[in-house]
Design a protein around this ligand. Sequence first.
Ligand SMILES: C[S@@+](CC[C@H](N)C(=O)[O-])C[C@H]1O[C@@H](n2cnc3c(N)ncnc32)[C@H](O)[C@@H]1O
Length: 911
Amino acid sequence: MADMPRIHSQNPPLAPAHSQLTRNSDPATPHPNSRDEPSAGMDDAPKSNAVSAAKASNRKIQELRSSATQCRRRSPRLVENAGGDTTAEQINSAKLNGFTQKSPPSKKRKSGKKVSFFIGDPIPEDEARRRWPWRYEGTKGLQNNRESSKHEVANDDDEELVLNIKCHYSQAEILKTVFDLGDCAYVKGPKGGSNYIGKILEFFETTDGEEYFRVQWFFRAEDTVIKDDGRSHDKKRLFYSTLMNDNLLDCIVSKVKVVQIAPNVNFKEKSIPPCDFYFDMKYSVDYSTFSVIITDDNADDSSLTSLTSPPMMSAKKKDMSCKTGRKCTADGASSNDVCEPELALLDMYSGCGGMSTGLCLGTKACGVDLVTRWAVDIDKAACESLKLNHPETQIRNESAEDLLDLLKEWDCMCKRYGSHEGKELRPRIIGETDEVKRSKMDHKNSDEYEVEKLVDICYGDPTEMGKRGLKFKVRWVGYGPSDDTWEPIESLRKCQDRIRDFILKGMKAKILPRPGDVAVICGGPPCQGISGYNRFRNVDSPLDDERNRQIVIFMDIIDFLRPKFVLMENVIDILRFANGCLGRYAMSRLVRMQYQARLGIMAAGCYGLPQFRLRVFLWGAQTHEVLPQFPLPTHDVVIQYGFPSEFERNVVAYDEGQSRNLEKIIVLSDALSDLPPVANDEKRDKTSYRKAPETEFQNYIRAAKLDMMGSSSCETSMGKNPVLYDHLPYPLSDDDYMRVCKIPKRKGANFRDLPGIIIGSDNRVRRAKQPDLMPSGKPWVPDYAINFRDGKSTKPFGRLWWDETVPTVFCFPDPHMRAVLHPEQDRLLTLRECARLQGFHDYYKFCGKLKERYSQVGNAVAVSVGRALGYSLGMAVQKLSGGDEHLMTLPPNFSHSTTTQLQSLLIKSEQ
Ligand SMILES: C[S@@+](CC[C@H](N)C(=O)[O-])C[C@H]1O[C@@H](n2cnc3c(N)ncnc32)[C@H](O)[C@@H]1O
């Protein structure tokens, strides 16, 4: 059909991807990811790959596994790239193909009559060479030695080229059915399994008389990263892919009708033409990406005539004038000469706001005004921190499940009361509730209470009466805010006018989002049921575990509000626990809701922090939006562990050989050397700096809020903020303090430097025979330190050193299990030091008890990572990114430049 992407005919992405030119000899080889087999190295190799797998399926699975480790990213570089320019799918395909197997002869009927064969004359050679030049060009050097060179080992990956092409055909007959190029077909699947589905791209014969077809595969949902949850998807929905390979002609089973439909069609509606299958999106193994199909407007799609032609995003029509009204440049920066409408963000499980703060700063850096309008978190202190730093945000201190119910009720009420807006109010009725009446009777000698107004709304059980439901907070006539009470809606039946007042005002002030109000939802739904430390994990059905339900609720909220963009964050374990089923579920829900999706694994250190911290990020975007890319690292940090090998293609990193300009890794001295010394018992929340910033990082982290908000104010960050907040450590107990004072101030020092222990030749710590006790009578080295990790650990009471980075910032710097001592002071890292390691600017303050504040910081998405992602989001919002690229490059010095610095650099570069 006319708009079908032209993958092969003019500009085959595979050419000269010889890895495609491998052969299939046994189409019935089980798929390495089938339920009968353990998961292979690459999760999302489609079953179709198995079509071309060799007979010795187990051996091929081994090959597949080893191929996964061969191209592991050690990043920010891909150390060994299996395929040069070859795409992941191509590598994947090649590794699955049985290219070392000799192809069996085509099957014949018992009578000896072939059931599958080409018909008609061969395509004239000059035309065939023009259409498939790479198929013929490969043979040039071998013309003189054809007999011995049917296949050529093409590269280090032992991939073999079929070079002995005799001619191409345009038709074949299979089991009495005529097939044309461009037809879609069932191709033999594994024994007992479904047949695969693909589109026929070529028919060709070798000089040996073997008959082949080249196929471009479609994925079923369960063939993708979604795996088992794919069963919940519409059985007729397929995903287009650029994965293709060669197979013997007799693998074709029968014709199928596959149609392309516009993304975002209601699948249940009649808008889908009669077909066996349809597809609306494309799937790519890299970053497990589901995206709309980008087409070249001028493409000649004659080879795809069996497909319909819906409107698709045009690669050529990338709108370079940004949506926001700002003047934008091709590299995404903008001059802030025009004011644009803001985009509203809902931060779910907001904590103190690390993720949303980063996102908003990042979008600002590329000229998009994303503002956290709403946030929800069950933790009161975290909500207070967020409020302190984001007075513009409506913060709801409640559970996400309560918010979801409330949003639904709110929308219904807005529809009901909003439609009467402007009509005359009914006579005021005195509202009176039995419940309130009874409770107040005891306190006041009155038998009637009048509702002055309603001041808040919630869904849940705020007064812990044992009954969830819709409640209003009531301000009583003659009483102040401290006497406000929560009342169920049922008891306010007589207060329709007050309810209506509240709702109309609330609608105007957008106290709660309604479907369509939210541009972006971000959040990290907690999945406590997968914690590596939790021995009672429900591996069989993790979604039934209440502690993992938040991922369902998060997706339900997305389903209800339908934001344009989604960003979900989580720990790596969601890809590891129970075969990554929670991560797969999240992806599955987004795709089922017809969102585009892309999953990446990012290390915080890659964005200019002295902390490794690996996390999973999942983008979602509606189909008419550009799916955001992942921002490539700015700093040279090697990622070589911590992620399941199955998801190595999701690691956000440079490939080996890819040109890059990375800055040196940031270490603790870069981040902390300017902070004044503080004692273990420091109590002050506010101190002063005493020193000017010494490094680029320190300049950046001390930037004023105005500089980060991109204000045109000429105020600079340097020295303008003399007050230092939250620079105090959690105080050590007396015994621990004495221990810490005895830990030498040198790199690598830890509890092993304390008296009363012996370190064996096996590196195990044992207690010395002669006890060495502290003044308190306790041993210098407690039992837990000796027993930790079988006596082999070096972590308890470990001192950090200036040239190091930390693995992660924890919710509490526990010296009994972790190296969290300041390099040169006898104390734990302060809250401010931890906040800096997380990329929080020094202007960001925290509320709550000191332990709660540590927890907020440790729980946060590193602000620098959020900011890098925000930049990608801003580019996507403005449709300045896109195409099939999964990754984007951030502007030079991005990670440690303020928004105003980035803007002024841009203005200079424009002059
Ligand atoms: C990992 S933290 C989020 C950090 C945050 N995204 C940031 O970057 O600062 C998870 C948060 O979820 C909150 N939480 C846990 N269960 C919740 C629930 N049922 N509803 C709302 N919030 C919840 C916790 O209080 C915690 O602040």
